[in-house]
Design a protein around this ligand. Structure first.
Ligand code: CA
Ligand code: CA
Length: 425
């Protein structure tokens, strides 16, 4: 156990400094879930008491159970640049034998033969620790240009909706979105998509989904009905608030601004988040930028390069045992910093963000270097994925440390009493 720097400092100042910290983020610690992973990009755990599943960029899903990692599934991918095995979502019916989605999960990866983004489903075996490669069903394939960056890759289900899979896509790559994909509502790149994985509008055996009739562009000529929101550059990690159903989309900026976008749970979609015209809250520098257009939405949070250079979106913490409950936790891949902001969906600034970097870096699981992703456990537990090879869980400070602090406080008070006694003597 590494003694948290902030609490060690607090202990030196005695009781008055410790008590206010007891109810803040200084009571956080980290617990190692897995280490020795190869470029992990995501972690999730769909079933209470079950394994934590970790994505490795090169194409393997690891199942971590009781501290032991084993291969759940390996998929052939290209992992050049920002391509690879990028997204994983367990069907809401994964643990329900009566569900069409029993033991089913979805992956998002880069096809090694042509760089296409592929969403496919597989089924776990009955042991829950391995998956059946032969169960593969291709759901949707998204044509990609030859650039090897901006593939995004998050996929997920909105709480309470077992039919529609949300898919975050990047603009396809290079600088300034050269093909102008993100603003083109006739292509699936630079978007948040929403498709019904329990329907099938296509006779093709390799296209297996339906377009939800309540999607915002359905029936609009020259558009793709799969689109839920537009104007994204490289949305690196999105999440649904498991309590409210709000959708949080972190979008990686080009050279100036990192941003978080917010979609209220009741929204029918159709938001335009501005890229490539807008980088965060400014006109994109370099010739393609301009003022906010009617119908475009500014981010709910932006930050400049002084904080970091590649945002990693996180989660609104809904673990009721956490001091972070109700806060949105996120980080930056380049600077390695981690913050929380108010998770109620109101506009935020970095001036009212809480920087958790020092306390989490001081946790039992060691420093966190490259924040590749966050993840959620079955009870809303928060995982942090370090691209260097480990997954940690954010946990409360163990009781033993609080007891150590109590001991330190008692010692300080005893010394003060002794010193005062000595002066009187
Ligand atoms: Ca089909
Ligand atoms: Ca934007």
């Amino acid at each position: 156990m590494t003694f948290p720097k902030t609490q060690a400092a607090a202990a030196a100042f005695g009781l008055a400094a410790i008590l206010p910290l007891a109810a803040t983020a200084a009571t956080l610690d980290t617990r190692l879930i897995a280490s020795g992973l190869s470029q992990p990009l995501y972690a999730t755990s769909p079933v209470a008491g079950g394994p934590v599943f970790v994505l490795e960029k090169g194409g393997t899903i690891k199942a971590v159970s009781g501290g032991v990692s084993s291969n759940f599934l390996s998929i052939g991918v290209t992992s050049s640049g920002e391509q690879g095995l990028l997204g994983l979502a367990f069907d809401p019916g994964y643990a329900d034998p009566a569900s069409a989605g029993f033991r089913r999960f979805f992956v998002n990866y880069s096809d090694p033969s042509n760089q296409d983004t592929v969403i496919a489903s597989y089924r776990a075996n009955a042991n829950g620790l391995t998956a059946d490669p032969a169960s593969r069903v291709e759901v949707i394939r998204i044509d990609q240009p030859s650039f090897n960056n901006h593939k995004a890759g998050w996929i997920g289900f909105k709480p309470g909706d077992a039919n529609n899979l949300y898919i975050a896509t990047g603009d396809g790559g290079s600088g300034n979105d050269p093909l102008n994909n993100a603003q083109n509502t006739n292509v699936l790149l630079g978007k948040m998509l929403r498709i019904n994985i329990n329907g099938d509008d296509f006779a093709s055996p390799t296209i297996n989904y339906a377009v939800p009739t309540d999607n915002p562009f359905v029936g609009v000529a020259g558009t793709r009905g799969e689109i839920f929101a537009t104007g994204l550059r490289n949305p690196w990690r999105s999440s649904f608030d498991r309590l409210t159903g709000a959708l949080w989309i972190a979008d990686v900026g080009q050279g100036q601004r990192e941003e978080i976008n917010f979609i209220d749970a009741a929204s029918p979609g159709g938001q335009n988040f501005g890229w490539r015209l807008r980088e965060g809250d400014i006109a994109t520098p370099g010739g393609v930028g301009g003022p906010l257009q009617p119908g475009m939405v500014d981010p709910m949070l932006v930050y400049p390069r002084s904080f970091g250079a590649s945002i990693t979106g996180g989660y609104v913490v809904r673990d009721t045992s956490s001091v972070l409950y109700g806060q949105y936790i996120f980080g930056d891949f380049v600077s390695g910093r981690i913050w929380t902001i108010n998770g109620d969906g109101s506009a935020q600034t970095m001036a009212n963000a809480t920087d958790l970097t020092a306390v989490l870096d001081s946790g039992a699981a060691g420093a966190l270097v490259s924040i590749a992703s966050f993840g959620e456990g079955p009870g809303g537990e928060i995982f942090i994925v370090d691209f260097g090879g480990k997954v940690v869980q954010v946990v409360p400070e163990p009781a033993s440390v609080l007891m150590m602090l109590s001991g330190a406080m008692a010692l300080l008070l005893w010394r003060r009493r002794s010193a005062a006694q000595a002066r009187r003597d």
